[in-house]
Write a protein that binds this ligand. Sequence first.
Ligand code: K1U
Ligand code: ZN
Length: 173
Amino acid sequence: MTIRRILTVDADMATLKEVSKPVEAVDDDLRALMDDMLETMYDAPGIGLAAIQVGVARRVIVMDISRGEDAPREPRYFVNPEILWASEETAPYEEGCLSVPDIFDEVERPAKVRLRYLNYQGETIEEDAEDLYAVCIQHEMDHLNGVLFIDHLSRLKRTRAVAKVKKAARVDA
Ligand code: K1U
Ligand code: ZN
């Protein structure tokens, strides 16, 4: 397994804005990508990762929202995910993003969603998501469409966020 570089908005905005293409088959090559993505996410650390964040424009997401360092790992894999239904009720959550490091802000999204996706074995799953699961899957599915959580903020906040990430990248270089 390989830990891959996570693309960030200071240097890789054009790639992060790409719309990812559907996966045609859940095969060993795709599972190798998902294994790399999961290790990359745990290493970051984060609770979710979309393939475009490692430069692969395919509709693939990994996630682990189990809490605490000592909690057993509960990895989830989503291939070609779709939202079948979203609640009218919304909920706010202070979101972050590994591609927008050290920026956190509140985003309002549907509180519950019903999903359909293919899992690691290529089986079709339909299930409901709420709480952090609903927040994270919507955030990650936005990535598949080239949308970042800062795109849900005001233009002023978005501009400031990107400028802050660029400034930090210059200092770190
Ligand atoms: O970049 C990403 O898409 C991953 C992102 C997912 C996410 C976080 C919060 C709300 C919605 C989606 C992250 O994982 S940011 C890092 C983070 O939240 C975290 C890191 C370590 C421990 C716990 C949380
Ligand atoms: Zn993100």
